[in-house]
Write a protein that binds this ligand. Structure first.
Ligand code: 5GP
Ligand code: ZN
Length: 133
């Protein structure tokens, strides 16, 4: 897509520190890393979020996540990972092209878990469960 920064990175029109590339996917170091080895993984095909891709695309994406984790494990030997994406501006998505954050984690890095992204103790699980019945 024209004027999409991640489409441009995927085509090599904007430089990035490549971690992995194949025909469909490109992974590179985040320019403002939150962890040593913070990697951004994109499909080269433009889409805003996961709903813009078919099941086959997303299955291959999962396999590429594993490949990147193995690359990072080999080079940086982290103690763990957080893997995920910000879907929509309410969730913190800034670049409107699907991208996964692969964050190597280290025992002494003082970071939190997925649970530290948002906390809302007012939400009652029993009330919410009724909406799904
Ligand atoms: P979002 O908040 O959209 O999930 O995250 C976008 C991420 O892409 C941010 O962590 C940001 O630092 C990274 N990013 C944005 N522009 C560039 C760029 O031009 N090059 C690289 N390597 N990373 C970028
Ligand atoms: Zn794009």
């Amino acid at each position: 897509m024209e004027n999409c920064i991640f489409c441009k990175i995927g085509k090599g029109e904007i430089p990035a520190h490549k971690i992995y590339e194949d025909q469909e996917f490109f992974a590179f170091l985040d320019i403002k890393p939150h962890a040593k080895g913070h990697t951004v993984l994109i499909p080269k095909k433009h889409g805003l979020n996961a709903l813009d891709y078919n099941d086959e695309d997303l299955s291959r994406l999962m396999c590429v996540i594993k490949k990147i984790m193995l690359i990072l494990k080999k080079k940086l030997n982290p103690d763990g990972f957080n893997v995920g994406w910000n879907d929509g501006s309410a969730a913190g998505q800034v670049v409107p092209h699907l991208h996964l954050h692969i964050l190597p984690r280290y025992n002494d890095d003082n970071g939190g878990s997925m649970h530290s992204i948002i906390k809302n103790p007012q939400v009652d699980v029993e009330d919410v469960a009724k909406l799904f019945k």
